[in-house]
Design a protein around this ligand. Structure first.
Ligand SMILES: [Fe+2]
Length: 302
C-alpha cells in the first residue's frame, strides 16, 4: 500500500544534521553493548547540537519487538522529536514487506518521525527519503542476480508479504490474511515504485531558490560506492547514474553494504554511513562513520 506522507518539518537551530544507517541495535543489545559506544560515536558526534538524526534503515530486526527498545536507546542521544527513520531490509525481518503503516505507528509511538517515501524539510534543505531497494541489474543479467540474491540474502527467508484476503474466504483462513515469503520479483517491483517516486520528487522545483537536495536511501545509488563488486552486489546497489547526471543532488547518504565509503559522482557526494554489526571487519579503504555522517553546513565544502 502506498501512503502519501506529508513533508516532515524540522526547525533549524544549529543547522547540524547527522545521517546514520545500519545501527542493528538488537545485535548490540544481545552482547550488552550499544552501537554508538562500540564505535566511539557517543563522544565523536555533537549530539546536543543536532537539529536532526536521520536513520537510513536497519535500526533492528523484528521491529515490533525491537524498535521500542532501540528508540529508547536513541533517546539517550537525541530527542525523539528530532529523530527520523525509514526502514532498511532488516526492519522488515520477522515481519512483512507491506508493513510500513505499522512501522510508522511504532515510530510515532516512540515520539519520532517516519520517513518512508517522504520528504524532510530543514531550513532550505530537503531530504528525500526511501528504502529504494534494487533492480538487481547492476551486472546486466537480472535473472542471474535474482538467483544469487535469493540463494544468499536472508531477506527471502525472513520477510513475508501479506496477500489480500478474498472476503468470501476469510472464514477458511480464520480471519487471517495469507502470509507467504517474498521473492526477488517483489523486491524489483518495490524498487520500481520507490525509484519512480524518488524521480518524481527530484523533478519538482525546490521551494527555496538556493535550496539543496539530499537523497537518503538504504540501498546504494552507484557502483563507485560499492567497493569490490561480486555476484551479490546487485542486491545492494542499483546503478542510478542517469538520475545522478540529470538532477542536482548535493549529497546521497545510504547504508546496507556496511562498507563506509565515500565517492564523488559528478556534483553529488555519495556517502555510506553504516554503523554495522558488532565485531564486523572493515577494510582499510573505509572511513570512520563520524567522518561521513554529518551533512555539510550550507556554504561549507565536503
Ligand atoms: Fe545492515
Amino acid at each position: 500500500m502506498t501512503t502519501t506522507r506529508t513533508p516532515i518539518e524540522i526547525s533549524r537551530k544549529t543547522g547540524k544534521v547527522a545521517v546514520l544507517a545500519d545501527l542493528h541495535h538488537d545485535s548490540y543489545k544481545k552482547i550488552g553493548r550499544g552501537p554508538f559506544e562500540s564505535h566511539g560515536l557517543d563522544n565523536s558526534l555533537p549530539w546536543a547540537e543536532l537539529d536532526a538524526l536521520i536513520i537510513a534503515g536497519d535500526l533492528a530486526n523484528a521491529p515490533f519487538t525491537n524498535w521500542p527498545t532501540a528508540f529508547a536507546y536513541l533517546r539517550c542521544f537525541v530527542d525523539p522529536s528530532r529523530t527520523i527513520i525509514f526502514p532498511g531490509n532488516h526492519d522488515y525481518y520477522a515481519e512483512y514487506l507491506n508493513a510500513d503503516d505499522e512501522l510508522e505507528k511504532l515510530a510515532i509511538a516512540a515520539g519520532g518521525h517516519f520517513a518512508q517515501q517522504r520528504e524532510v524539510r530543514h531550513g532550505d534543505d530537503r531530504y528525500i527519503c526511501t528504502t529504494l531497494w534494487t533492480d538487481l541489474a547492476l551486472l546486466g543479467d537480472v535473472q542471474i542476480a535474482m538467483n544469487v540474491a535469493h540463494q544468499h540474502m536472508n531477506d527471502y527467508a525472513q520477510i513475508s508479504k501479506l496477500l489480500a484476503v478474498d472476503p468470501l474466504s476469510r472464514s477458511e483462513l480464520l480471519g487471517r490474511p495469507q502470509r507467504v515469503a517474498i521473492t526477488p520479483e517483489d523486491i524489483l517491483a518495490l524498487h520500481k515504485a520507490q525509484r519512480r517516486w524518488l524521480e518524481d520528487q527530484l523533478a519538482k522545483p525546490h521551494w527555496a531558490p538556493n535550496g539543496r537536495n539530499f537523497v537518503i536511501t538504504h540501498h546504494g545509488p552507484h557502483p563507485d560506492a560499492a567497493s569490490q563488486i561480486d555476484g551479490l552486489t546487485p542486491a545492494f546497489h542499483p546503478d542510478l547514474t542517469p538520475l545522478l547526471d540529470r538532477c542536482r543532488i548535493h549529497g546521497w547518504y545510504f547504508g546496507h553494504s556496511h562498507r563506509r565509503l565515500a565517492a564523488q559522482i559528478g556534483s553529488t557526494a555519495v556517502r555510506n554511513v553504516s554503523v554495522g554489526f558488532p565485531y564486523e571487519k572493515h577494510s582499510p579503504e573505509e572511513l570512520p562513520p563520524e567522518e561521513l555522517c554529518l551533512v555539510p553546513l550550507p556554504g561549507a565544502s565536503g
